[in-house]
Design a protein around this ligand. Structure first.
Ligand code: PMP
Ligand code: GLN
Length: 398
């Protein structure tokens, strides 16, 4: 008990009273405690290209160690503009329309803080990444949750249309999608554009998995669709693309009018982002092969993981993009009564493989017997996990 009459910490009134520790941290801690192979939290367990490390070292030795310009190192903004134009056909002005951020997480929060007002409504499509709703709540706006179609996780445009109203300020769209690994089609993008045409709704497009799209599909960046690009903030992350999630560098791109507001918040939020890493990324982006090779690189891991799950009784959902594979355990009699969280806990503590329950991506914890694995791992890691899963789940003929 505190007996000092002066030293008293005021009880804060929480801005986010319902928020606890993220499921990713919880499952990683549980995995570590139980020596489980961690296929829960999404991050690679392999090293990035040594050329990228060399480029950071070079940048540091060249003296790029002080604050860069607020919007980011010009060479990196130029490289992002060139890459976006080459891939998606839309030219962002690097001076006014691109800002380098401390990962996608900061870009998303900054976009929302800059563009959303108290009393507004912002649509999210559930299941969704766990930072979206708290970000929206911090602005005093209301989160309007529209479910993706149960089972397929495709956007349901009837329901999105019904959710649009006079107070709708923005909609968050994430393709390739975390956690379901679905990828929006060109037709779906057109339908979104048509729905938003009569409105002033802003799209916040979370495209952090833009370079992990499989089987010949095209990533449908909003920047491919001029009508959508004109009303969108696009967010991406070098952490995902170059296997350096801990570096926390990403970017936002948007029409100048939106980016001007974004920068007002950015400059008093982080002000600037790690200088030598920005220089290194700018140099590294000169070669497109690392990101153009990424679909094949990850598709091979996906295929190895999917093949290894055969015979476990788990139903594999499609993995069209991202580095996630969702599985349905409803056909396992011993487990189908378990909640997703309980199944993940059992997998982590008894089988030795960590996964993430899909229910964690829904506000009301919807249960559908689906959990998410991350396959951004070395082959040896995937094989070790598969062996444990097969031993625990192998379907016996008897
Ligand atoms: N959005 C989605 C959908 C993600 O999966 C992640 C990765 N955790 C982020 C945003 C955040 O990316 P970053 O690590 O660059 O902040
Ligand atoms: N994006 C990663 C995931 O979905 C991890 C993010 C995090 O740890 N906050 O697993």
């Amino acid at each position: 008990m505190n007996t000092d009459p002066v030293a008293r910490t005021p009880q804060p009134q929480s801005r986010l009273p319902r928020v606890g520790t993220t499921i990713f941290s919880v499952m990683s801690a549980l995995a570590q405690e139980h020596g489980a192979v961690n296929l829960g939290q999404g991050f690679p367990d392999f090293e990035c290209d040594p050329l990228l490390i060399d480029a950071v070292t070079r940048a540091m030795r060249a003296g790029h160690n002080q604050y860069p310009p607020m919007a980011g190192v010009p060479a990196l903004r130029d490289a992002v503009a060139a890459k976006t134009e080459a891939l998606y056909g839309h030219r962002y002005d690097p001076d006014r329309e691109i800002t380098i951020t401390a990962g996608a997480t900061q870009a998303l929060l900054t976009a929302i803080l800059a563009l959303v007002h108290p009393g507004d409504e912002v649509i999210v499509l559930e299941p969704c990444y766990d930072s979206y709703a708290p970000n929206i709540e911090l602005t005093g706006a209301t989160v309007v949750r529209v479910p993706l179609t149960p089972g397929s996780f495709r956007p349901d445009f009837e329901r999105i249309g019904a959710a649009l109203g006079p107070r709708t300020r923005a909609i968050l769209v994430n393709t390739p999608h975390n956690p379901s690994a679905t990828v929006w089609t060109a037709d779906e993008m057109q339908r979104l554009a048509a729905l938003l045409r009569p409105t002033d709704v802003i799209v916040i497009a979370d495209e952090v998995y833009e370079h992990m799209v499989f089987d010949g599909r095209l990533h449908q960046s909003v920047s491919r669709h001029p009508e959508l690009a004109a009303r969108s903030v696009v967010v991406s992350s070098f952490g995902k693309t170059f296997h350096v999630t801990g570096w926390k560098v990403g970017y936002a791109a948007a029409p100048a009018a939106l980016m001007a507001e974004f920068r007002k918040v950015h400059q008093f939020n982080v002000f600037t982002v790690n200088t030598p890493v920005q220089h290194a990324l700018a140099a590294y982006l000169a070669d497109p092969r690392p990101y153009l090779d990424l679909p094949d690189f990850y598709a091979r891991k996906r295929d190895r993981f999917r093949a290894g799950l055969a015979g476990t009784g788990l139903t594999l959902l499609p993995s069209e993009g991202s580095y996630f594979q969702c599985v349905d355990y409803a056909k396992l009699p011993a487990h189908r009564e378990r909640t997703e969280a309980a199944f993940c806990r059992w997998l982590t503590t008894e089988v030795g493989v960590a996964a993430i329950p899909l229910s964690a991506f829904y506000e009301a914890g919807f249960e559908q017997c689906v959990v998410r694995f991350c396959f951004a791992k070395r082959e040896a890691t995937l094989d070790a996990a598969l062996q444990r899963l097969r031993e625990a789940l192998q379907q016996r003929a008897d």
